[in-house]
Ligand binder design. Sequence first.
Ligand SMILES: Cc1cc2nc3c(=O)[nH]c(=O)nc-3n(C[C@H](O)[C@H](O)[C@H](O)COP(=O)(O)OP(=O)(O)OC[C@H]3O[C@@H](n4cnc5c(N)ncnc54)[C@H](O)[C@@H]3O)c2cc1C
Length: 371
Amino acid sequence: METAKIVIIGAGIVGLAVAAQLSKNNESIYVFEKNKRWGQEISSRNSGVIHSGIHYPKDTLKAALSVKGNSMIYDICEKYKIPYKKLGKLTVAIGKEEIEELDHLMKMGESNGLEGLKFLDGDEVRKLEPNIKVEKALYSPSTGIIEPDDLMNHFYAQVINNQAIVATDTEVKSLKKTDYGYELSGISVGEKFKIQAKTVINCGGLYSDKIAEMVGLDIDKLGYRLHYCKGDYFRISGKPPVKMLVYPVPRGHGLGIHLTPDLSGSVKLGPNAYYVNKIDYTVESSLEEFRESIRRVLPAIDEYDIQIDSSGIRPKLEGPEDSFRDFVIKHEADKDLYGFINLIGIESPGLTAAPAIGNFVSEIYENELKK
Ligand SMILES: Cc1cc2nc3c(=O)[nH]c(=O)nc-3n(C[C@H](O)[C@H](O)[C@H](O)COP(=O)(O)OP(=O)(O)OC[C@H]3O[C@@H](n4cnc5c(N)ncnc54)[C@H](O)[C@@H]3O)c2cc1C
């Protein structure tokens, strides 16, 4: 049977970033991707925002890896001439409750080591963004935008340069522990395949809980079962109403319906957040829901022509009634699965964090697994 040192399941931004980092110093790495092309699921259905890290509690992986990933992405973009825009972000508030929430975000941002955060009053906001009418805003200078495909193409090119293999149209359907390490089997381009690997890294995104289950983990007992939380997008046609990223204070299960310019200057609205039972990317929300939400901060929204855009699904560890959960990035040696690394619940800020996740997983491998 064919053998590999490392098999990474899933070629989204996370699997590719992990493969790019590990393949610098290791040979015999395979990345298996069930779709015909890499990056067709969560990684190409998001806002493309390089987050600053204000939204996540101190000492969590989400905070640490997004702050680190943010500066790593800008360095990568500069070094490899990948287009990006460091637009800065306004988190905007109206009323006492939202203003208190801004104070909370400011404290969280500062405790995560962010620099340059500042409060702006309504007039200062209007000078920057004449269409936005709010009482107060928190400005974060390090937030930016990137085309997720450009970053994935970069990691993919690194993986290929480092002689690792990305096998698309290759779905892992079973996974078992053996004396060698792990035996994986499935279907590759219509044919059955089997391979043995010393190390398996689960970067399966929305399917990562199912992959953990395949290897025998009790995902309910461990709190690894994913909940799908969908977000729809609409897009403003014509002249963009804002130049910067404009977010409401977070409410509910996402960061709130925000205004996100892309690299062409066109502005996306969304995503909202609602739990669903299956993976289906049809846009289900009404345009009126979006207009109403945006009208609070951008009263002129009704003058704009708005079209349906797309949707994405968050792989959330917390259900609708649960509180914050962090990323799970863990070598499962304590569960008798030496050599098996799980990455589960890699929702936002997973795109921002991806290069830092690559380093984090590579450190786990070098320190605990490489012999
Ligand atoms: C609506 C939305 C907006 C977001 N906005 C942002 C943002 O602005 N900024 C930010 O930082 N983050 C954002 N995120 C989060 C970010 O997009 C994700 O954290 C990131 O893309 C996750 O990447 P991934 O590689 O883990 O998952 P994926 O891209 O889904 O990759 C996992 C891959 O594994 C493959 N796979 C699964 N099972 C198998 C199997 N058995 N065999 C072979 N292959 C398999 C899948 O086909 C898939 O390609 C957003 C997410 C959503 C949903």
